[in-house]
Each structure stands twice: as C-alpha cells, then as structure tokens.
Write a protein that binds this ligand. Structure first.
Ligand code: GAL
Length: 888
C-alpha cells in the first residue's frame, strides 16, 4: 500500500515538473544579445541575420505554423512583427490577446521553430493599420497630444509598452530567459515627423528611449529612421535600398528594419510588384557594404480582416507582393530566389562576421568589390579559421553587363547585379540570374483530373460549383435612424467624436423646409439648390426623402452636390463614411473624419442655409451591424425574405446565403467582383471591406528589374478592379452550411458571387548553362584553405508543387534555345529532341523534381558553341484528385 502511494506521489510530482516545464518552456539555452559596430552579438557571436516580417493578426493562428515554417525554409533566422495596440486594448484598461491577437502564442511558435523574434512595440506602428495602431479612445484622453512631450500621451504609451514587456517577461520569452526575443523597437519612423513637433519632439525621443531602456527588457532596442537616436538605442534604416546607411554612433551596427519588397495599394489602385532580381540586388548590396541585419517588410503580408485596414482607402488584401502571398502560398520566383540568396550570404557569414569592415576595390566605372578578409585566429568566434575571404562583386550599371577582373580572374556581371563569392574565387550566386521556379496561381475550381467528361459537361459542373449559391435572402438597411441610441443636437459634430470608430458609418439627419416661392424661384432662374461642404473625407452619400441622390469619394475634398427638393418638409440625410483611418503623419489625433469647414445649402430664394445652425439627429452605424445580423445566433431575427433577380441591384441592402466549403485544404477566396462596396462576414467572422473600384487603364509598363525600384515601377492589374478576391481562412469554414452575410451599399449581384480555390497550378523553370549549381551543393568554406567545395558543377532546374500536389503533366520542355517566358514558351532553333521525355521521366507524378542542365542529360549536344537553356512548364494538381481520378 505504502509503496503504491509513494509511486503515485512520485508520478504526480513528475507530472507537475513536466507541466511547469511546459508552462515555462525554454526554446533556447538562455543567451545574451548585445551589439558592436559590426553586428548583433548573439550568445557571444556576431551574426548576419535575415528576418521575415509577419504581422500575426494579418493571418489566423491556424496559419501561423505554416507561414513560420516557410519563412524558416526560405532562410529566415528571425521573425519580425509589430504589436497592435488598438487590437490589444480595444477599451482602455481592457486587454485582449485571443485568436489572431494571441501574441504570446505567436512568439512561442516562433521560438519553438528555432527562430528569433524582433518585437516592434511602437506603440505607434503606421503599418497601413487603422489609425497607425492607436486606439481611437486615445483621442479622448483629456489634454492629449500624440507622439510628443505630452504627459497624458506619455503615460498611456508607457503603460502599454510596459504591459507588453512584462507579458513577454512573465512568459519567459526574452533571449536571456531562453525565449526567442532578441530585439525590440520603440516608436516608428519618428524622424519623419519630428520636426513638426519642434523642441518637444526632441524631448519626446529622449524620453521614449529612457522609458524603453528603463523597462529592463535586457535586449537591444531600435528606433527606425531616427537620426538622433539617443545612446544605447540603435538607429535602423527603412527603405527600398539601405546599402551605405550610416548610423549616428560608432558603436551601433547597420540594421535594416524594413526592406520594402513590394508595396501596399488603395481601392482603385494598381497592384505593386517588385522584381526578385532587384530585391536580391538590394539585399546583396546591403550585406556587401557592411549591413548585418535585414528584414523583409513584408515576408508575408496577409489580410486586413475586419476593419483593421488603415488609410485612407487601403484595400483589404495586404499581400504586398511578398515572398509568401496573402493566402500563405509561396510567391515564386521571389521566395526561391531569395532562399538562394540567403544560402549564399550564409556561406559568407564566417568572413562577414570576422572582418570589422570590408576592403573596397574599384573594378570599373560602375563596378566594385567589397572583400571581407581575415587572417589567422579570430579568437572565440564560432568560425575560427586561419584565413577566410568572402567577396561581393557589384555591377551597378543600370543598362550594361560588365566583365571585371578580380583577384586575377574574369567575372561576367549582368547589369544591376551582385555576384557572391564565399571564398573570393567561386561565384555561387548572382542576383540577376534567377534559377528558382516561377509559379502561376489559378483562382478557380479544380475539376477532377483525367475525368472523361465533355467540355460541355465541365462547363456545367463549373457553373454549378462555382456560384456560391442559387438562393439568397435579403433585408433592407434603414436609411437614417434605426435605434433609440440616436440623439439630436444643434450643429455638425465631428465624425470620430461620435462614432469612436465603432462603425464606418455615421448618419446625419435633418429636415429642410422648402416653400412654394423657393420652387418657383428655381424654376424661373433654372437653377438648382446645391449642397456644399468645404471639405470631407472618405465617402459621403446624400439621401433626400429616402433616395440616394449622390456620392462623393475623396480625402479632404470639396463637395458641390446639386439637389432637388419637394415643396414642404424634406428629409435630408448625409451618410459620412470612413474607409480606414489615417495611419501616417504628424498630429493624428487632430485629423478626425467626416466634414470640415462650412456646410450649407446654396441657391435658396432667401439666401444660403447654414446647415451647421440646424438641429441634426445622429445615428452611429448600421442596424445590421449592431444587431449582429452576421452571426449564426442573431441572423435569423432580422426579417429576411427571399431575393428575386428583379430586386437587384439594390443599395443599402443585406444579403445572406449558406454554402458548402470546397473539399481539400487549398486556400479559399470569395469572388465579390459582381458586387459594389460593402463588408462581408463568414460564420460571424468579418472578412473585411470590399469595393470593386477599377484601377486606371494606364501605368502598367513592361517591367525591367534594372535600376532603382519605386512603387510606381512594374505595377500590374491596370484596368481591372484592384481587388475582387477576399480570403476566407480555412479554419473559419465548416464542411457545410457556412453562413455568408454581405452588406452592400451601392448595388451588385449576389447571384454572381463565387468561391475560388487559390492554388499553384502552373510551375515553370528556365535555367541555362550559365547559371550556377544549386546553392545547397556548396559546402561551407573548408577550415584550412578557406575554399568552398563542390562535387558537381552543372546547374539544375528544380520544380516543386505546393503541399499535397503533384506534377500531373509537362506542358512544355525544351533543352536548347527556347524563347519566351512561363506560359509563353516556344522552341528556338536549337532543341534536343528528347527534352520532353527526359523531363517527363524525371518529374511526372512527383511532388518535386530536378533535371541537370548538361548535354549528357539530354544525350548529346543539340547545338555546339551555343549556351543552352532548359525551359519547362508543368501542371500541378492536388494529389487527392489524381487518386480520385485513377479510381474512376
Ligand atoms: C513605413 C512604416 C511601415 C509601413 C511602410 C509602408 O514607413 O514604418 O509601418 O507603413 O512604411 O508599407
């Protein structure tokens, strides 16, 4: 009996120990982080670090593990995120850290993946996030002025920053506790606005630094774009290029907190695209010229779910043209090309960290080398060696290739490119030579492969499955007052002061009396009365007697809206709407929304009517919004009726339907291209605002990677709606009976709403004999002679389908001189006849494959003295589909 009890007790205490160990899980052996002029020093060693920007709330918690894993596989050492104050403290003093705002869970996932974390607390974050991350209630703190030497602001800021630092400490998430956090950030690009605040701005910078350092977090803090960063704070660079960046101190390293690898866009804007060759060039140049930490802003951009999008007018997607796309799929060739680049940089890391600064060698008018060379013992560093040398050769000529001589050897450098030589001899990578595959994503329903149904039948199937529903229900949103919360006062109130941003919508309701005399005056003079407002943002809709008579869209624009009244009392309703609050600039607290200046009706017989003298009734939000019409529990209470085709298009209308989720695990998008403007919810989850605004037809020139990038270069999608697909995360879907609720303002056709599967269907590769062998084949510099080793020098073409997909067909294969690009390949004069069979043999039915680029692989040289290229286009299908098909 006694022995049993002892055993039980022993087991119990073992459980307790395990439980405590899990609760305080250490991801690393505790380590210190410091820095010198060259690099961050992690556990005593300088490191060259690649960081991936991922904002946790722009994905679901269910998506995080995959995105983090893909970042790691892509070569990231660090994950970087902002902290989003307005989401974590929606009401002052009431904190929220659940779901996609579970910051601790996110940081732990990063740690458990063996990656470090850079936490940018801000708490002003910009980030194209609503109000730059500030809670809207912050405007109401008496006497507050944001981001300056103002006591109420500093108190609030300190309280939140402290809260986050303490949370991280309690959860043992700092490096010295065995957690992943190696670095923090206070403020964000304050240097951009500092001068607007005069001396108080300078004081604020000093205070912010003191306050942050005083929290005892035990890891370095950065301020980005802060040329007057105080002692013990690292001033970091943000931009498209940061090579040559100088810090304001002799003992801080060169860190690049935001490498803008794409850009954001507005409703009605074109889509940004930054070419992989230029991005790789920028990163290589950064490390070439002494940089030591580089973060991709964004590595995964994701989605602005809910109303988190900043503004004005930023779209719901935050794809950013990042290496991982909005849905979590790899964006190729960007992801793969950067992965190769990261491997090349890592091969140089030992030399890069060992040398205090590079040796500069001019190789030509626009060509230069930076050589990192160390001799003998470097003492204590991980990469102890006798001699180590790594070099970067750059050709910054925007047009011409160059042949340069370096250490007695000739190197050919394409225009606007950097070659990386980890042993100062062998080129392992050039930024302009993309060997990584291209992936084309299709957004459509996948039909069973190999199915022998006719084209006509396919069309039917397509139609049946793609339209989300044949039966819709509808209910009208009242125009104007809908609840007892409405109130009446004299004058025009500022929009945010009334809504507190609980909704985009604010109704202003009044009555205008029109006499017989007015009517005859207008008829005689052939004039119309006009509503004029000095300035307004973002959207105004005017209703007279319940009818929508005009809309204005703009950012602080003048309104001149002719109106028509009936004799007697007329209901005048102005609906003011925000489309994402301002997230950038000085004095955000004063920015406000809605109307500014004079607001009047002109053209009346007895002169203008000053509308600010009238009595107005205010109603915040939509009835549907506030009665939770979009939730499973509440939606039935809203008096829905069946929707008939003849009832559309209709304005200010709610629609709902139920739909089944598509089988499989591929990401799902809702195609709202048939709708106007509004918001959508799936099973109560707000998937964001939608707006089918079309981008201008012009401004999408052919993209040339050469020369400095800016966000107007290489844009795509001209003449099309900026966004029609809206991500519905898989974890928000059930197999069947998913509730979709839509609020439509301007009129659209819900019957044409469809579901799309977002997946990689076409993959292409194009690798020539002049490319370099795959990076992983090079081994680290040998310890004694410092040279890197390789067995097989042939380049290879690699193809890989996404998870759970296999290569089902080869659409094109030619070894020789193929022309064109992915989906437009054609054979050139030179073509190895067995190209197709060689590639098919290597790839068909496989998830991934590779083919060597050499004559031996293709049974001989198809054309002498010509540089040969292998181009392949293949089709991926979901592996469950091929299985299904073979059972047919
Ligand atoms: C930076 C800012 C980021 C983000 C970026 C543009 O200036 O720090 O938060 O807004 O611009 O995407």
């Amino acid at each position: 009996m006694g022995a049993r009890r002892a055993l039980l007790q022993c087991l119990l205490s073992l459980f307790l120990i395990i439980e405590v160990a899990v609760a305080t899980a250490n991801f690393f052996k505790p380590f210190n982080v410091s820095y010198d002029h060259r690099a961050l020093i992690i556990d005593g060693e300088r490191r060259m670090l690649i960081s991936a920007g991922i904002h946790y709330p722009r994905a679901t918690a269910e998506m995080w593990p995959d995105i983090i894993a893909k970042s790691k596989e892509g070569g990231a050492d660090v994950i970087q995120t902002y902290v989003f104050w307005n989401a974590h403290e929606p009401v002052r003093g009431q904190y929220y850290f659940e779901g996609r705002y579970d910051l601790v869970k996110f940081v732990k996932l990063v740690g458990s993946s063996g990656l470090y974390l850079h936490l940018r607390i801000g708490p002003y974050v910009c980030a194209e996030w609503n109000f730059g991350g500030f809670p809207v209630w912050l405007r109401d703190v008496p006497g507050i002025e944001f981001r300056t030497d103002n006591v109420p602001f500093k108190d609030e800021m300190q309280r939140f920053v402290k809260k986050i630092v303490e949370l991280m400490r309690e959860e043992m998430l700092f490096s010295w506790q065995g957690g992943p956090i190696i670095m923090l950030q206070i403020e964000n690009e304050y240097g951009d606005v500092e001068s607007s605040y005069g001396q108080k701005g300078k004081e604020y910078v000093k205070w912010a630094a003191r306050m942050a350092l005083g929290l005892g977090a035990g890891v370095p803090w950065v301020m980005c774009k802060q040329t007057d960063a105080p002692d013990n704070i690292i001033n970091a660079c943000n931009g498209y290029y940061c090579d040559g960046f100088k810090t304001n101190s002799n003992n801080t390293p060169v860190l690049w907190t935001e490498d803008w690898d794409g850009w954001y866009t507005k409703w009605g804007g074109r889509l940004p695209h930054r070419p992989a060759e230029d991005l790789a060039f920028a990163v290589a140049r950064f490390f070439q010229r002494g940089g030591s930490f580089q973060n991709y802003y964004m590595y995964f951009g994701g989605t602005n779910f809910n109303r988190t999008s900043g503004g004005p007018f930023y779209i719901t997607s935050y794809d950013y043209d990042a290496p991982i796309d909005e849905y979590g799929l790899l964006s190729e060739p960007k992801w793969g090309h950067l992965k190769d680049l990261h491997s090349a940089i890592k091969l140089c890391e030992a030399a890069l960290v060992a040398a205090d600064s590079p040796q500069y060698i001019k190789l030509g008018p626009k060509q230069e080398a930076h050589v990192y060379h160390v001799d003998l013992q470097t003492g204590g560093l991980k990469y102890e060696s006798q001699s180590r040398c790594s070099a970067f050769l750059a050709n910054i000529d925007e047009r011409k290739a160059a042949a340069v001589t370096f250490h007695g050897q000739t190197y050919n450098l394409p225009p606007w490119s950097v070659s990386i030589l980890p042993d100062c001899r062998n080129t392992v990578f050039n930024t302009a030579k993309v060997a990584a595959q291209t992936s084309i994503k299709m957004v459509d329903f996948e039909l069973p492969l190999f199915s022998n149904i006719s084209v006509h039948q396919q069309f039917m199937v397509h139609n049946e499955v793609s339209y989300i529903s044949k039966s819709w229900m509808t209910v009208k949103e009242p125009i104007g007052v809908w609840s007892e919360s409405a109130f009446t006062v004299q004058g025009i109130l500022e929009h945010l002061n009334v809504t507190k941003d609980y909704s985009d919508y604010l109704w202003y309701i009044t009555r205008i009396y029109v006499s017989d005399d007015d009517i005859s005056f207008w008829e005689e003079k052939e004039v119309r009365p006009t509503l004029t407002i000095d300035s307004m943002r973002d959207v105004l809709r005017t209703f007279i007697n319940g009818q929508l008579i005009g809309s204005v869209v703009g950012h602080w624009v003048k309104v001149v809206q002719p109106v028509q009244f009936l004799q007697g009392y007329n209901d005048l309703v102005l609906l003011s709407q925000t489309v994402g609050l301002q997230n950038y600039g000085a004095f955000l607290e004063k920015d406000g929304a809605g109307f500014r200046g004079q607001i009047k009706l002109t053209g009346f017989r007895n002169g203008d009517i000053d509308l600010s003298k009238l009595s107005w009734t205010y109603q915040v939000g939509l009835k549907g919004e506030f009665s939770n019409i979009y939730t499973m529990e509440e939606n039935e209470k809203s008096g829905w009726s069946d929707l008939n085709l003849d009832a559309i298009p209709a304005t200010f209308t709610w629609y709902k339907t139920y739909f089944n989720a598509p089988d499989g695990t591929e990401p799902v998008a809702l195609d709202l291209g048939s709708m106007g403007k509004g918001q959508a919810w799936v099973n109560g989850h707000h998937i964001g605002r939608y707006w089918t605004l079309v981008a201008p037809k012009d401004g999408c020139q052919k993209c040339d990677y050469r020369g400095p990038y800016n966000s107007n270069k290489c844009r795509t999608n001209c003449g099309n709606p900026t966004q029609t697909w809206y991500h519905i995360p898989r974890s928000w879907l059930h197999a069947s009976d998913n509730l979709l609720v839509i609020f439509e303002e301007t009129g659209g056709n819900p019957f044409d709403i469809s579901l799309k599967l977002h997946s990689i269907r076409i993959i292409c590769g194009q690798v020539s004999e002049s490319h370099y062998p795959p990076l992983w084949k090079w081994s680290q510099p040998d310890f004694t002679d410092g040279s890197i080793l390789i067995n097989d020098t042939a380049p290879e073409l690699h193809l890989r389908c996404d998870d759970e997909h296999v290569i089902a067909s080869i659409e094109f294969a030619s070894y020789g001189t193929p022309q064109g690009s992915c989906q437009k390949f054609s054979r050139g004069n030179c073509h190895a006849p067995n190209s197709f069979s060689v590639v098919s043999e290597a790839c068909l039915g496989r998830k991934s494959c590779f083919v060597g680029i050499s004559n031996t692989v293709f049974g001989g040289d198809p054309c002498h003295s010509v540089v040969k290229t292998l181009a392949v286009e293949a089709r991926c299908v979901s592996s469950s589909n091929t299985l299904g098909a073979s059972q047919l």
